[in-house]
Design a protein around this ligand. Structure first.
Ligand code: MN
Length: 294
C-alpha cells in the first residue's frame, strides 16, 4: 500500500454547459467552480471542456468571432472535430483530431476560432478542451507565439501492457518529455488506457493537480471512481496518483507549479493588477492588438 498518495479533494460532475460564441458548448470546471476557484489549479487558470456534441451540418461554420487575449496562453486540445483559427498577425491554421495548439497570447492578439469549413459542412462529433495557462508576471508581455503540436509530435510512452500509452504534450514522465515549451513547470498529458490498465503518476506535493475523464471511467487511488466528463481535483498531501481504467479510457492529466502572484482578470485578459486590465482595454481600443476581419 502506497502511503504517499495525493488525497482526492473532489470529483466534480460537469457543470451545466454554456455557449462560447455559437460553436463551443463548454462546461467550465474552473475558475467558476468554487472548489477550485481562481487559484486552485494555478498555473492553469481556466478549463473549458466541450464534452461530446454531435454538431449538425452547417454551410456557415459555427464558432466565436474576433476577440482579444493578453497575459496568458490558450491550449486547445482536439479530441473530435476540427477547429480553424486566424489571428491579427496573419497566422492561421487548423487544429485536427489529436492535435494541440499552444498559443502564447502574451502581450496581445486578436483571433477567431471556428469549426473548420469541411467539418462544419458535414457535421459530426465534436469534443475539445481549452485550457488557459497563466503566465508569470515577467512573461505576460512576451510576444505572441504558436506551438502547433500535431499528433505525430506528441511523445507517446507505451505502458507495460503494450497497448496503453501516455501521450505527453508538456512536462515529463519517467524521463520522457513532451514537446511543448512552457514558461513555468507544467505537466500535461493524455493517458489512453485499455480496460484494466493501471498507471502511476508522481508530481511534486505543492503542484496543483487534476484529471479530466474524457472517455470511459477510472478508479483513483484504489478508492473512488470517476465517470466520463468528471474532473478529479487533488490535494497537496502526497506525490503519487494510482489510476486504473474500469473501462477503456482517455484521461487528461494536468499538474503544474502554482504561480504565487496576484491575479486581476476580466473577460479575455488575465493580468496581475486592475491598472494592467485597464491598460489592456485601452490598448485594445487603440488598435494595438492589430486588426482582424470578422
Ligand atoms: Mn480565444
Amino acid at each position: 500500500m502506497n502511503n504517499n498518495l495525493k488525497s482526492i479533494e473532489a470529483i466534480l460532475p460537469p457543470p451545466h454547459f454554456h455557449m462560447v460564441g455559437d460553436g463551443f458548448r463548454v462546461h467550465n470546471f474552473f475558475p467558476s467552480q468554487p472548489k477550485i476557484g481562481l487559484v486552485g489549479m494555478s498555473p492553469f487558470f481556466l478549463l473549458d471542456y466541450g464534452s461530446k456534441w454531435l454538431v449538425p451540418p452547417s454551410d456557415t461554420p459555427r464558432g466565436v468571432g474576433v476577440h482579444p487575449h493578453r497575459g496568458f496562453e490558450t491550449v486547445t486540445i482536439a479530441y473530435h472535430g476540427k477547429v480553424a483559427h486566424h489571428d491579427s498577425f496573419g497566422n492561421s491554421g487548423v487544429i485536427g483530431e489529436g492535435d494541440v495548439q499552444w498559443m502564447t497570447a502574451g502581450a496581445g492578439v486578436l483571433h477567431k476560432e471556428f469549426h473548420e469549413k469541411e467539418f462544419s459542412r458535414k457535421g459530426g462529433m465534436f469534443q475539445m478542451v481549452q485550457l488557459w495557462v497563466n503566465l508569470p508576471a515577467k512573461f505576460k508581455m512576451t510576444p505572441v507565439k504558436y506551438q502547433a503540436i500535431e499528433n505525430k509530435d506528441i511523445k507517446k510512452v507505451l505502458l507495460d501492457d503494450g497497448k496503453s500509452s501516455l501521450d505527453l504534450i508538456a512536462g515529463e514522465y519517467n524521463g520522457a518529455k513532451g514537446p511543448a515549451f512552457t514558461f513555468s513547470p507544467v505537466n500535461l498529458f493524455n493517458a489512453k488506457l485499455i480496460q484494466g490498465a493501471k498507471a502511476c503518476f508522481r508530481f511534486n506535493k505543492n503542484f496543483n493537480t487534476g484529471m479530466l475523464v474524457i472517455e470511459g471511467e477510472v478508479k483513483i487511488n484504489n478508492s473512488k471512481t470517476a465517470p466520463e466528463n468528471h474532473f478529479i481535483f487533488f490535494g497537496h498531501d502526497g506525490e503519487d496518483i494510482a489510476i486504473e481504467a474500469v473501462a477503456q479510457s482517455v484521461v487528461l492529466v494536468l499538474s503544474g507549479e502554482p504561480i504565487h502572484e496576484p491575479i486581476a482578470s476580466y473577460g479575455p485578459f488575465v493580468m496581475n493588477t486592475q491598472a494592467e486590465i485597464k491598460q489592456a482595454y485601452e490598448d485594445y481600443n487603440n488598435g494595438k492588438f492589430g486588426y482582424l476581419e470578422d
